[in-house]
Design a binder for this molecule. Sequence first.
Ligand code: GTP
Ligand code: MG
Length: 207
Amino acid sequence: MLIKTASYLISSPDYEKCPAPDRPEYAFIGRSNVGKSSLINMLCNNQKLAKTSGSPGKTQMINHFNVLSVKNEWDKKPAPWYIVDLPGYGFAKVSQSSRRRWEQMIENYLRKRENLANVFVLIDSRHSPQKIDLEFLQQLAKWDVPFSLIFTKSDKETQAIVAKNVKDFLNKMRETWQFLPQHFVSSSVKTHGRDKILTYIGEVNER
Ligand code: GTP
Ligand code: MG
């Protein structure tokens, strides 16, 4: 798949204010600072598309981006879809009330957004399995939300450590899950994982 154009559309404070659900939508979620906005920029080949930051809690609203893609260079009919950048979870320096607001906003969005084709849950590949991520996946399953995993920042550790962390995470899932989700490893700095993730989106778009 080739992305022809990607542009910012709108930031919404809640699910009700999101744009009309008239095309497939792919949302990116995960711990605060895990690299969601950077990954979106890497996929779209535009470092200025989604705002990134060294300090956690940068993304606050439901951010929609318009994307047009083609299957290959000969494809004359671009397909429209949305990318959604979501605020992260697990940011310690957040008040009870903002946390509750986040939970409500995210739960509504994930459960009610009818054009949501897939949620990419980002996991930091530098760490061993974290309870907060595993619990979030349980929530998604409970809500019947389709998801896949992306292990981010793979350039920050050796391949061996990344591979071990990925394996440990999937093994941890095996303890309670009957099926394991699709998973990818990425680096926004090294543009690693881009083709596989875009190919996967293309496949889901075709369904
Ligand atoms: P919030 O919106 O605050 O939840 O964060 P986010 O998940 O959108 O993370 P963001 O993309 O803003 O990145 C957080 C920090 O990690 C920034 O300093 C990025 O430059 C850095 N970063 C993101 N992805 C990568 C990566 O693949 N490799 C490296 N080395 N750094 C990364
Ligand atoms: Mg962000």
